[in-house]
Design a protein around this ligand. Structure first.
Ligand SMILES: Nc1nc2c(ncn2[C@@H]2O[C@H](COP(=O)(O)OP(=O)(O)OP(=O)(O)O)[C@@H](O)[C@H]2O)c(=O)[nH]1
Ligand SMILES: *[C@@H]1O[C@H](CO)[C@@H](O)[C@H](O)[C@H]1NC(C)=O
Length: 426
């Protein structure tokens, strides 16, 4: 009897070991300068890399899991001195079970607990090719190369631990570090990660923004995008605001979606939107960097008034990173405008990313939306509306500045892809 139990335990332990040995973790980070909304796009590239790695023959048996990089120290807007805007788990902003329906994900803290150490086996620091883009024929390629920039990772004294930013987790270290020049999409990583260059359990790809989308605008792209449902807390806050200020709700607006995103499907024009229009007015650095394409506030007020008439509504929601003074000026020109202004407590609880997402949710449920040229903040709203099946004319808009022609170029109309056999844009 004793012997029998012993064997089962042994067999069980062996099975457990095998299961653990098969698990591999992909971590990533971006250039600190990248903003919140571009980072959400980089997530999609990495998530689809993990999805594809799981399906690779060379990687057979490897149970790849994506480790979600804690939020913080992002872009120049989030460079707050306090650590309050750091070490933020993804669950603050996104619904983890929804993400996990596309690809297995794990929060960083849970990863540390799971492997029992705050460490990464290898860091691949992605960079361009020193000689620049290869002219002539485009070629996907990747090689280990000397670092071009000063490395942001350092060996610690006489230990072999490599230290770096690691999202503000000081105890975290890596065992190996190398620079890798890359030109192309995640496809080129399959061979190297699946044994050709490493069999390490955990690999971190830093400067992840250097990886391109495998199939921009394809089914994987949209599946992944749809899996990025926001946290319930943020959705509730946005819904309350919609109800209170506009009498807007999903039933009346025809934007009801099933809890499980994989069960959702609609056709363009299904969504009506709430009885208000919305605008995202990106100001700050855009006022200088894209001076000729940012409309002045008089122009904004004039166009939004016309649009309210056209859509027969008397409320306009404004999302903006503009200053208090700019918004006060706009209010005198456009008294109908409404903004989301969280209390101190809520601001603290939701963090800057959460407040940005609430603005985005409210914009995405409006009857008509107009955004800012080349702002990834606006792009994310447009995608959200595309997922809910708003008519494209009510989504892909921007206000022309006075320096531009009256019929200035409007945003590209991205079309959601629901099935793998639909046409795709590459
Ligand atoms: N709450 C809120 N925040 C905004 C708004 N517009 C911009 N922001 C903030 O400013 C940031 C945008 O600037 P960046 O961080 O440089 O970059 P990004 O997020 O990739 O977006 P873009 O620069 O617009 O492409 C967002 O991440 C927000 O935190 C807005 O309408 N509402
Ligand atoms: C993988 O190994 C090959 C052969 O040694 C080398 O040329 C290449 O640079 C390596 N790639 C990476 C990403 O390490």
């Amino acid at each position: 009897m004793k012997f029998y139990i012993g064997t089962t335990t042994l067999v069980f332990a062996a099975l457990l070991c095998m299961a653990i040995a098969d698990k591999r973790y992909l971590l990533y980070d971006c250039n600190p300068g990248e903003g919140f909304n571009l980072r959400r796009d980089v997530y999609m590239r990495i998530a689809n890399m993990v999805k594809n790695l799981r399906e690779q023959k060379e990687c057979k048996g490897d149970d790849w899991v994506l480790v979600l990089p804690p939020w913080g120290r992002i872009g120049y807007h989030w460079k707050e001195r306090d650590m309050e805007q750091s070490k933020i788990p993804w669950s603050k902003f996104f619904d983890i079970p929804s993400l996990a329906k596309h690809v297995p994900v794990i929060e960083y803290d849970d990863y540390v607990e799971e492997i029992g150490d705050a460490k990464v086996d290898e860091i691949w620091y992605l960079q361009r090719y020193e000689e620049g883009w290869s002219s002539g024929n485009w070629e996907d390629k990747m090689h280990e190369r000397p670092c071009i920039d000063q490395p942001v990772y350092e060996s610690e004294g006489n230990s072999d631990k490599i230290r770096g930013w690691f999202w503000g987790y000081e105890e975290t270290y890596a065992n190996k570090f190398k620079c890798v020049s890359v030109q192309g999409s995640s496809k080129i990583f399959f061979g190297p990660l699946c044994g050709a260059n490493t069999t390490a359990q955990s690999i971190m790809l830093d400067r992840g923004e250097n990886i391109l989308h495998d199939m921009f605008g394809g089914k994987d792209y949209w599946d992944c995008r749809r899996s990025m449902r926001f946290s319930k807390e943020l959705v509730e806050e946005a819904n309350e605001f919609r109800k209170k200020h506009f009498g807007s709700n999903d039933e009346a607006d025809k934007t009801v979606m099933p809890e499980d995103w994989t069960e959702h499907k609609c056709t363009e024009g299904d969504a009506l939107g709430g009885p208000y229009i919305a605008a995202h007015l990106r100001r700050k650095d855009f006022l200088y960097a894209r001076k000729d394409q940012v409309p002045d506030l008089e122009k904004v007020a004039k166009v939004l008034k016309e649009k309210m008439q056209e859509y027969k509504v008397n409320k306009v929601f404004i999302a903006s990173d503009g200053t208090k003074e700019e918004m006060a000026q706009l209010k005198t020109l456009l008294p109908e405008m409404v903004m989301y202004k969280p209390t101190k407590e809520k601001k603290k609880a939701f963090k800057m990313g959460g407040v940005a997402i609430i603005d985005q949710i409210i914009c995405s449920h409006a009857r008509y939306f107009t955004g800012t040229k080349e702002s990834t903040f606006s792009f994310r709203i447009q995608e959200e509306r595309e997922i809910m099946c708003f008519s494209k004319d009510m989504t892909f808009n921007r206000i022309c500045s006075d320096q531009e022609p009256k019929d200035c170029e409007q945003p590209t109309k991205w079309k959601i892809v629901w099935n793998s056999d639909s046409e795709i844009w590459q």
